[in-house]
Design a protein around this ligand. Structure first.
Ligand code: SF4
Length: 385
């Protein structure tokens, strides 16, 4: 009698939702990609709603192979050390499941408008795998040919890439090129992504690729992902932000959250007050023309002065923009990311990156968090006083 696992192989799989009770089908890019849960909901592939946000404006895709990512970053749910415990397509990434879908199916759905015009950007995330560079190019070319009005970001894997790879991606129509540097200092990089954890990445190669991106893609068309809260000071991570801004790029900031199953699953999430200060300062550097040298820091590297007159700073805080998810822009406002990665770095009860515009009460909570109060973002947490 055929088992569930056997039946899975009888017909080509169109859609696979992570389920570690069945044998994972053999699915690999470029025929298949994984997509974020938020994108799958927006496209109608799975039912569901997201707390206070109706959809995502970015179709986040991930190349996929049964062998998985060959790197072993300490904070990542996709890391190689999990291969004995869980098949690759079943692993969580930035807190959520990533279903696997035929690329053809995604193209058809977007072409016929299943996203109701919501997607303002598509993003291909590479992983450390020998086929990742080539397959990313195949996915990019197909997209540009079929859906040219939705620009593409490439979240690259510098370790396997050459200068010519970047030139080719730009020539073939990639709009924005980003590097997930993640760690703010060489020491943290080595400890979380380098030889210390048997991972192949190096700080030097990552910065080399960032420099190539600045040259090949140019100002406003490249960016860096950074994770706040892996042991660096506020000053150290903001020094990286200023360096990237000086090169012409933008900083996409993530709050450290201990990913279940990762080597850092027992770490604490980044403290709320530290995160809010870094979010605000990053926004000021990226979009308000404030320089790091105008800010002041205490002996522990914490921001004590954001370098702006009080009224101007208050107006920027009240806008809520600094506290929204940071990332590649959408159509209307370059300060607001199309890529809102709902609840990718926190739970809906304790939001770190707001995937929607924070309202006045959210901003009130943010101010209290910045002042050191130990409160989450659920309205019920507010004590009327
Ligand atoms: S910010 Fe979003 S769209 Fe841009 S590279 Fe990162 S994951 Fe992709």
């Amino acid at each position: 009698m055929a088992t569930t696992a056997d039946r899975v192989h009888e017909a080509p799989v169109t859609f696979y939702r992570p389920d570690y009770h069945i044998r994972t089908p053999d699915m690999r890019s470029p025929e298949y990609v994984q997509l974020s849960t938020a994108a799958a909901i927006t496209l109608g592939l799975i039912p569901g709603t997201m707390h206070r946000t109706a959809c995502t404006h970015c179709l986040n895709l991930l190349v996929t192979y049964p062998e998985g990512c060959r790197a072993n970053c300490a904070y990542c749910g996709l890391a190689r050390h999990r291969e004995e415990a869980r098949d690759y397509a079943d692993r969580n990434f930035i807190r959520v499941d990533w279903p696997t879908v035929r690329y053809e199916e995604i193209i058809e759905r977007v072409k016929r408008g299943d996203d109701r015009g919501q997607f303002e950007r598509m993003c291909i995330s590479m992983i450390t795998h020998p086929r990742s560079d080539e397959d990313t190019l195949v996915l990019l070319r197909r997209w540009v040919a079929e859906i040219p009005h939705v620009p593409v970001s490439i979240l690259s894997n510098p370790t396997t890439m050459s200068y010519e790879d970047l030139v080719t991606l730009e020539r073939e129509g990639a709009d924005i090129f980003t590097v997930a540097l993640d760690a703010a200092t060489p020491e943290i990089f080595e400890r979380t992504r380098g030889r210390t954890v048997d991972s192949p990445h190096t700080w030097e190669k990552y910065w080399q690729v960032i420099e190539w991106a600045a040259e090949i893609f140019g100002p406003e068309r490249f960016g860096v992902h950074l994770i706040c809260g892996m042991g660096e000071t506020e000053r150290e991570i903001l020094e990286v932000c200023q360096r990237i801004r000086d090169m012409g790029g933008h900083n996409h900031m993530f709050a450290f959250f201990p990913e279940q199953g990762s080597l850092m699953e027992d770490w604490e999430p980044v403290p709320r007050d530290q995160w809010r200060r870094v979010q605000l300062a990053r926004f000021l550097i990226d979009y308000a023309g404030v320089r790091l040298e105008a800010m002041r820091f205490d002996g522990e590297g914490r921001v004590v002065d954001f370098g702006l007159p009080h009224d101007e700073l208050e107006a920027i805080i009240a806008s809520g923009k600094p506290f929204r998810t940071s990332g590649c822009p959408g159509k209307d406002d370059e300060e607001i990311s199309a890529c809102n990665r709902p609840y990718g770095d926190s739970s809906p009860t304790d939001i770190r990156s707001f995937p929607f515009a924070p309202d006045a009460r959210d901003v009130e909570i943010i101010r209290r968090q910045m002042a050191g109060e130990d409160i989450g973002t659920l309205r019920e947490d507010l004590v009327d006083d």
